[in-house]
Design a protein around this ligand. Structure first.
Ligand SMILES: *Cc1c(COP(=O)(O)O)cnc(C)c1O
Length: 369
């Protein structure tokens, strides 16, 4: 049996192709390539789904982070707190706008930004903003993070690139529904993916979101150019794909959740560490991380599964503090590199059959048996 990590063939099936090509044809007739009607429709519907007041489509998830930080007033020379384990872009976005990342260690159970480590960082560094990352689709401990940042008036920009459909631990509402600005990526592999690059920013403050809308389109306002912005518009063809795919997101996330539950039941007896069970209900299960004893056991398991034609993946090769271009930036970090050596992600996508999942479980059990 072959179990691939992603399944684009099922995602972009005949039905989708037909519907999408019809939209492409209409867009060509309408001659509306930028900020077309599907952009506005998607922004409205995605904001509703995530229970947020405003949504603004941009060119990609990295731009979304940069623009959100800029809208929050982060400037050249400012310090921004970011977890030591994330996709490279979380730190890169901070540097691209002339600010510097301060790396914050992760919680040893969840792999997410650790509130205790954040508290320590706030005592030693004057942060201009903090960027929690809902890694794997697991929501960060926002209540604790906000309790630390609010008294100091430090804005929070949530990197929700992997968390479309995830819900917060404290109130069960979707990621994007808090007062903070939140960003999303629609890179094709994400839970909601475009047919190329796209991203979005969400927020409840009209003032902040107006700034976002200006920055993404050359600083343009109804009264003329109001600030130095950039071009980070999302084209109509991507918005059309996103609007079509949005209809299925909730059901697909439901499938991800039930597959995750299944993995939990079957893998629990094995000498592996799984994510804390609280995430079963709240994660968008963008990825299903398991943790081996160490890097060498992980390597053996990976090749054992590969021989059985099961696709696995490392997210990520290195912790951010170990990335060569990021080594000059500060951070008191010990947990993230070790955690990162142990993590392996198992196939989990909405088209994975129970049969395939059982084959993965059996293979892993065999490895440890
Ligand atoms: C994918 C991702 C991004 C970047 O999104 P792009 O659309 O590729 O620019 C940022 N942060 C995290 C955590 C991601 O997973």
């Amino acid at each position: 049996m072959n179990v691939s990590f992603y399944d684009f063939k099922s995602l972009h099936d005949q039905d989708f192709k037909k519907q999408y090509l019809e939209r492409v044809s209409s867009i060509l007739e309408e001659n509306s390539y930028i900020e077309g009607k599907d952009n506005f429709a998607f922004e409205k519907q995605f904001a509703q789904l995530q229970q947020s007041s405003f949504c603004s489509l941009v060119a990609n998830g990295t731009d979304a982070l940069e623009i959100a930080l800029q809208a929050q007033g982060v400037q050249v020379g400012d310090l921004v707190g970011v977890p030591a384990l994330s996709f490279y872009a979380s730190a890169e976005a901070i540097i691209n706008i002339g600010a510097s990342p301060v790396f914050i260690d992760i919680d040893p159970d969840s792999g997410l930004l650790c509130p205790r480590a954040l508290k320590k960082t706030l005592e030693t560094h004057e942060l201009k903003a903090v960027m929690p990352v809902h890694l794997y689709g697991h929501p960060c401990a926002m209540q604790e993070i906000e309790a630390l940042c609010s008294p100091l008036n430090i804005p929070i920009v949530e990197d929700g690139a992997q968390a479309q459909g995830a819900t917060y631990l404290d109130n069960g509402k979707p990621v994007g529904s808090r007062q903070n600005l939140s960003t999303f990526s629609f890179y094709p592999t994400k839970n909601l993916g475009a047919l190329g690059d796209a991203g979005a920013i969400m927020g409840s403050s009209e003032e902040l979101m107006q700034k976002v809308v200006m920055i993404r389109n050359h600083g343009r306002s109804p009264q003329g150019h109001a600030l130095i912005g950039r071009n980070s518009r999302c084209d109509h063809f991507q918005a059309a794909a996103l609007l079509l795919k949005l209809e299925k997101l909730a059901a697909q996330n439901q499938v991800r959740k039930s597959l995750a539950k299944r993995y939990f039941e079957k893998l629990a007896p094995l000498p592996l560490r799984l994510s804390p069970e609280t995430f079963l209900e709240h994660s968008s299960w963008h990825l299903f991380p398991i943790r081996c004893q160490d890097a060498s056991e992980r390597k053996e398991l990976m090749s054992f599964l590969k021989e059985r034609q099961i696709g696995t993946a490392l997210f990520y090769e290195k912790a951010l503090t170990e990335e060569m271009p990021l080594q000059e930036f500060p951070g008191d970090v010990t947990v993230a590199p070790e955690f990162n050596q142990q993590v392996l992600c198992l196939p989990l996508n909405p088209f994975l059959s129970l049969e395939q999942l059982e084959y993965v479980e059996r293979s892993i059990t065999q490895f440890y048996g």
